[in-house]
Design a protein around this ligand. Structure first.
Ligand SMILES: Nc1ncnc2c1ncn2[C@@H]1O[C@H](COP(=O)(O)OP(=O)(O)O)[C@@H](O)[C@H]1O
Ligand SMILES: [Mg+2]
Length: 279
């Protein structure tokens, strides 16, 4: 994204400036989390990356393609997106048919479609549910079906816009693990918009949005070290990181980057113990 701004137009005065002068490069083969308060522009960013919306100013490119109305199909063949509510995205009755829907619309040969569907179902652990009726699935299973449908497109980039906000935390962690496996296996770029700080801590890169601007960009360790700035824009840090910060501020010499609860346990158990009798 090159100098990208986007405004939703109401009348002249009540245009909503959802994104302001964004410069951002997202690479393949890396897991990128996007966090930010409600209304900070995350979904608008996702829509610009998938040719659902087009910039008011600046340019969005997906590899060598400039995102425009005329290039939208080519863009969408490289970038797949899953939004929050699976019910808006599932179109067919049967799980396997829904996953096949996208590749069928690409006009691929039968064998290729079958292969992609099998791969996507397997990746989302849905093989046993492939003959089920979508309406009978749990919310989590529907969400996995929507993601399988996106994967069956074999995108170079997969964008997930808060797909785990409706799921329990364990399902969120599992999805991040699956995303990592897919990235390693397929070299895919994964962009994951999330509310969960503990999920974001598992990514390679964290981008922080506030009021339409990109305000932080770095590794989870770099971003979550800035706990006070994050709190000032309505975000929290993962619990393990927050406790570590408080311990350090009281002089406890914790070593290394502490993000997760597991990191914290490790850092605490590595603390030097006072020698008995030395005072
Ligand atoms: N269709 C729309 N029309 C007008 N304003 C919108 C529309 N969609 C989103 N907005 C506004 O744009 C801003 C960014 O919204 P959004 O990108 O959905 O943020 P997020 O996904 O971070 O919650 C917010 O102020 C929101 O109210
Ligand atoms: Mg959103």
């Amino acid at each position: 994204m090159d100098g990208v701004s986007f405004a939703y137009r109401g009348g002249e005065e009540d245009a909503v400036h959802a994104l302001r002068d964004l410069n951002l490069e997202i690479e393949q083969g890396r897991l990128t989390a996007v966090i930010g308060h409600n209304g900070s522009g995350k979904s608008t960013l996702v829509k610009l990356l998938t040719a659902v919306l087009y910039p008011t100013e600046g340019e969005v490119r997906v590899e060598d393609i400039v995102v425009r109305h005329e290039t939208r199909w080519e863009v969408r063949s490289r970038v797949s997106v899953v939004f929050q509510d699976p019910d808006d995205q599932l179109v067919m009755n049967r799980v396997a048919d829904d996953v096949a829907f996208g590749p069928e619309n690409l006009g691929l040969p039968r064998g290729e479609i079958a292969e992609r569907v099998e791969f996507a179902l397997g990746a989302m652990d849905l093989t046993d549910l492939s003959e089920k009726i979508v309406d009978d699935l749990s919310l989590g299973q529907k969400q996995r079906t929507a993601i399988a449908g996106a994967l069956a497109m074999r995108p170079r980039y997969l964008i997930l816009d808060e797909p785990t906000s409706l799921l329990p935390a364990v399902a969120g962690e599992r999805l991040v693990k699956t995303a990592r496996e897919l990235k390693d296996r397929e070299g895919m770029g994964v962009i994951h918009v999330t509310h969960s700080m503990s999920e974001a801590a598992l990514f390679d890169r964290v981008i922080v949005m506030d009021a339409g601007r990109l305000v932080m960009d770095g590794t989870p360790a770099e971003v979550f070290r800035r706990a006070d700035e994050l709190r000032a824009i309505g975000l929290d840090v993962p619990l393990g990181a927050s406790i570590a910060q408080r311990l350090r501020s009281r002089g406890v010499p914790l070593e290394g980057d502490v993000l997760t609860n597991a990191d914290l346990r490790k850092a605490v158990s590595a603390l030097p113990r006072p020698v008995e009798g030395s005072g």
